[in-house]
Design a protein. Sequence first.
Lengths: 447, 279
Amino acid sequence: MTPTPARGARRRRISAAVASTTVAALALVACAPAAGDAGTGDDGDFAGQTLNALLITSHEGAANWLKERFEAETGATVELTIVPYDEIGSTLALDQQSGANTIDVAAPWYVSIGDLAAGGSIQDLTDWIESTPSLQTDDFIPSIYDPYTLVDGRRYGLPFDGDTHVLFYNKAILERNGITEPPTTWEEYLEDVETITANESANGVYGAAIFGQKSPLILGAAFANRLAGFGGSFVDESGRPTINSPEAVAAAQALVDVNDVAYPTPAETDFGVGNGAWYDGKVGFIENWTDLGVGSETNPDSTVAGTWGVTTLPVGDDNTRSRASLVAGFTWVIAANTEKTELAKAFIEFATSSEVNSALIVADPQTGIDPNRQSSLESAAYGEKYPELQRVNRATLSGSLAWPTGENASQAAQILTDELAKLLAGEGGTAQETLDRVQAEWEKILG
Amino acid sequence: MSPAVLAVVVLGLYPLLFILAAAFSDSTLGRPFRDWVGLENVETVLADADVVASFARTVLYAAAVSVASVVLGVVIALALERATRSGSVVRTVLLLPLITPPVVVGTLWKLVFNPGGGLLDTALRAGGADAASVAPLSSSAWALPAVGLADVWQWTPLVVILVYAALLTQDPSVREAASLDGAHGVRLFGHITWPAIAGTVAAVLLIRLVIALKVFDLVFVMTSGGPGQATTTTSYLIYQVALKEFDIGRASAITLLFAVIVTVVVLPVAALARRLSHA
C-alpha cells in the first residue's frame, strides 16, 4: 500500500528518531553493557523498546487497536494501563510526583491538562508541535483543537477522542407515543419525555435516560448539553466565569424539570446504566457521544439496531443555533518524566493521525472514539457507514462549548457538579441560588 | 534505630508530618508544598458548610451502624452459642459477608436497591406495589441508611465472631449454677453472661466505630457521595478533594480536623472498653 503523505512524513520522523536513538544506544553500548529496553533492533523502528500508555476504560477497545497496529508498525511494545475515566488525571499526577514514572503517555480528560501542566506532570509540546508539519494540526477540528491542547498559550497535547454529545431517539418508542419528529427545543424535549413516561413507565419504558450521577463527566455533561443549547458558556472570552448567567440558570432548570420523569433514577444513572437502558429499548431519548450510534448497530446487547435516529441537541429560549458541548474529550499527553520522549511522540503522532482517527470511528467492535479531525469527519467511510452521525457532527461542531481548561479547572468542574447534584436532590435551593454559589467559588479559583 | 522506633517513624510519624505540612501549605497533587499558607486551608475548610456537614454526617452514621452491628452481633452470637452443636454451617455462612471484598458488597447492595429491576424493585412489583418511585440510593433521606444497611451486613459477622469467642470462654458451671438458682432469660444474661462479655463487646464497639468512621468503599461504589451530599462521608470527601480536585492542601486540612473529631469520639469508647475489661 502506498503510504499517504502524512504517514510517509511520520515514518520519516520515526526513522529520524530511530537513527538518533540508535546512535545514542551505540554510544552507550561502547561505554558499558546496556540493559533494559532502550535499544533498537533490526526488525522495527523502535524494536525492543516498551511504551507504557495510560487510558480510560471507555477507550480500552481503541487502546488495543492502537497497540496492535503501532507494535506492528514500529516493533515497539505497548503496555496498557486502563483506569476508570475519572481517575486518569490523578493516576498520572501521582505516578509522576511520586517518582515512580511508570507512565510514558496518557489520554486524560482535556479539562485536567491545565492542572497536570501546573503540577509538572506533563510535557509542554508547543515546540515539537510547531516544528512538526506531519502532525497536520490544521486538520484538527478547530473547535476541538484549542480547548483540548492549549493552556496559557502553550500546547500540552494532541486531541484523541472528539467526544461531543448528540440526541439519540428510539423511533419505535416515539412512534408508539404519537411523536412524529424529534424535538428541536428543550421545551419540546420535556413534553415528549413526559408523554412517553406517562404512557409507558408502567412497562419499564421512560422518556429519557439522564446522566445524573455525581461526576463532572456525567452530571456535568448533562448540564453542559443544556448550557450549549440555551446559548450560555462556562466562562467569557477573557476567562471570567459566567456560570450564573440567565442561560446557565435556564439550563440548570431544564435539568431539574426532566429529573422526575426520566429513567429511574438520574442520580444513579452513569454511562453503564444509561447506555444499558438505551440498548435495552427502555428509553425514548438519550444524550450521548456519537459513537453510541456505532454501538447501537454493533453491540451484541443492542436491541435497537436499525430503529434509532439521531439529531442535534435541542436549543432553548432565544438561542436558535444548535451547537455541541465538549462534555468529555480526551487528549494525548506525554508524561513529564518519561525517558522515552521520542517513542512517546511517535506514538501520539500515530494515534492522533487522520488515518487512525478515520479507522477508529468506524471500527467494529466499537472503539469509543469520535471524530477529532476534519478529514476523518468528512471521510467517505464514515459518511457511508454512519451518514446520520456525520451529519449531526458536522452541524454542531462549529463553535462548540468547552469547559475551562486552566489551572484549577478540575476543581471548578467538581464544584459545579456538587452543586448541581444538590440542586437535583432538592438540597440546593433554586437554580439561580445554586449557580450563584458556583459563580462565587469559580471567581475565587478561576479569576 | 530499633525496629520499634523505625515502625513508629515509618507508620506513624512520617505520614503525620506529611499531612501537617500539606495542611499548612499550598499543595497540589503534582506539586506538594508549593507555598506556606499558615491556617488558610483550615479556615477554608471550616467555612465550607459541606465539609462541616460531612463531619456530622460521618459521626452520626458511624454511631448508628456501630450500635446496630454490635446489638445484632451479640444477639446472633448468643443464638449461635445455643446452637453450637448444629451451627457449624451457619457459622461458616455468617462469615461470608466478612470475607467478601467491600467493592463486591457495594455492588451487590447497589443491585439490590437498583430501581430498574433490582431485588427490592422486583419484590415490590411482585407484591403488586408501584415500585417506580422506590429508589433508596436516589433518596436524600434513605441513601445513607441504605449504605448503612450494607455496612451492617458486611461487618456484623466480625462482632459475632469476637463475641462468640468470648462466650466460649465462659465457665459453663457458673451458668448452670445460676440456672439451678432460678436465673433464666434476661436475668441470666444480665447477671451472668453480660458481665463476662461486656469488656469484649465494648472493645468490639470501639473497633466497629473506627471502621465505620472510615467508610469509603461502600459510598464510592453505591452512591458516589450522592444524591446531593446525602452520603458524602468525610473519607469520600477527602478522596474527592485530593484526587479529583488535585488539592492536597485542603484534603490534608480536612484529614487533620477529622482526626481530631475521631479522637474525641473514640476516646470515651476506648475508656469504657478499658474499664469494662478490668471490671
